[in-house]
Design a binder for this molecule. Structure first.
Ligand code: EPZ
Length: 420
């Protein structure tokens, strides 16, 4: 199993280019099966989760070609509407195939995704939304079994105990695109990834209004076409590199991302006193001459502070000049990184869904273990700032969602070795 050996305490310099968004690519690649013809999608990150989705599409009979961040998908051969446990258990995001499968083929058998280290992760909102559109859904032996004679538009309220759901919105919006009549999704997710999916579907011929707001209206159409499309940059990857620069007090530039997709995050970076400037598609960190200030963070659905940057932000705040708090309101149990950061000399305690971070003067390298995608990125950021050597094992978690992570960081002057 691969692991990283990281020599910390180095300043970074230069610029890094952000890849396409994993969380926009997954629902868009899934929605491509709705088209009656080939679809070509550009700017897709070459990461494990994307390759797993390709395996599921091929298992269903689609033909997929993926190279140089461009994917060509031909759904005409799809004749099996099942996603087996072996695939789904390794990649929950594959659930966003459910809506498109039911809308186009009127049947689907999907392994229940189950929980993961960041929480129980129920799919009740997905099932509720699709049932509202007329799908008959049962759970049999750990599988979601869905059948529909036809899908019929209606009003669906998609608010849950933790607010809106990104992939439930994606599933219902994709399915409603081919349903009969009008669908209104109330309490829809407003994430940039949902807006990107709506734009993709509209290019295929869908009639969608209000994406980016909590109320999305869809007028169903009979047919959608194959198209050519390019995915938005990955705002979470971008935020991770911003924090790599901040935690090492380095004046670096992050290119090819849309700062307006990260306003709540950048607002908090500003509050810590880190000097930076943004343009339409870049962010430049200026010289950091003093220790940064502590802040209080509460994660929320977009446009609130993204939960997918919570762990990385927590790592950054371990070296702040004072006490910060981080409250996780989207995945209240998402704190598995705390133990590993404390191994590196951080001083973090947990009080339910709130982490209390007492800033320390320095971190010291140690042996650590990755557990999930964003927690792993947080450990690597802390290791970059730590004195001495850090070992990070189980980095397959990182490979799921970061394209060329260590190459990009080494390109900025970090010293990360991958041991196979
Ligand atoms: C998406 O997951 C992202 N994944 C996650 O990123 C991200 O953390 C999450 O949105 C929130 O921003 C992808 O896009 C592939 P949710 P999703 O449904 O859609 C509860 C990463 O690191 N809920 O918006 O699965 C749920 O338990 C990943 O890239 C229900 O209660 O998340 C959570 O508390 C990790 N019932 C909250 O809603 C449901 O049916 C938000 O989850 C669905 C969700």
């Amino acid at each position: 199993m691969d692991r990283f050996i990281i020599e910390g305490g180095k300043k970074l310099k230069g610029s890094v280019r952000v890849s396409g968004s994993k969380n926009a690519a997954l629902p868009i690649i899934s929605a491509a099966i709705l088209g009656s013809g080939k679809t070509v999608i550009h700017n897709i990150p070459n990461v494990k989760d994307i390759r797993t989705l390709v395996k599921i599409l091929e298992y269903m009979g689609a033909s997929v070609r993926f190279s140089n961040n461009t994917m060509e998908i031909d759904p005409s051969g799809i004749d099996r509407f099942t996603a087996p446990y072996e695939f789904v258990s390794t990649m929950r995001g594959s659930i966003c195939l459910l809506g498109p499968l039911l809308a186009k083929y009127r049947e689907a058998k999907f392994s229940m995704p189950g929980g993961c280290v960041i929480g129980t992760r129920p799919i009740d909102l997905h099932i509720k939304g699709l049932k509202k559109l007329g799908v008959d859904i049962t759970i049999e032996e750990g599988y979601i079994v869905g059948k529909a004679r036809k899908l019929k538009g209606t009003t669906v309220f998609l608010g849950g105990n933790f607010g809106s759901s990104v992939l439930a919105t994606a599933n219902v919006m994709s399915a409603a695109a081919l349903a009969e009549g009008e669908t209104i999704i109330e309490f829809a997710s407003c994430e940039p990834e949902i807006v990107d999916l709506a734009r993709f579907l509209k290019k295929m011929g869908a009639k969608i209004y209000g994406e980016g707001s909590h109320c999305i209206r869809i007028e169903g159409v009979k047919k959608l076409n194959g198209v050519e499309y390019s995915i938005i940059p990955d705002r979470i990857e971008a935020g991770t590199y911003v924090l790599a620069g901040c935690i090492t007090s380095s004046a670096i530039t992050i290119e090819n991302f849309i700062p307006s997709h990260l306003l709540s995050f950048l607002d908090k970076i500003e509050e810590t006193g880190i000097p930076f400037k943004t343009g339409t598609d870049f962010l430049k960190i200026n010289n950091i001459t003093s220790r940064w200030k502590p802040v209080d963070i509460v994660t929320l659905p977009y446009p609130g502070f993204p939960t997918d940057l919570q762990a990385q932000m927590t790592a950054f705040l371990t070296l702040a000049d004072g006490i910060s708090t981080v409250t996780e309101k989207v995945f209240p149990e998402r704190f598995i990184h705390i133990g590993e950061l404390n191994r590196l000399g951080a001083n973090i305690t947990l009080d339910g869904p709130k982490a209390i971070i007492k800033g320390v003067n320095k971190l010291i390298g140690a042996k650590t273990m990755a557990s999930d995608l964003r927690a792993s990125a947080a450990i690597v950021l802390a290791a970059l700032a730590a004195e001495g050597e850090t070992e990070v094992s189980r980095i397959y978690h990182l490979d799921r969602g970061y394209e060329k992570f260590e190459e990009k960081l080494n390109g900025l002057g970090a010293n990360i070795r991958r041991i196979r």
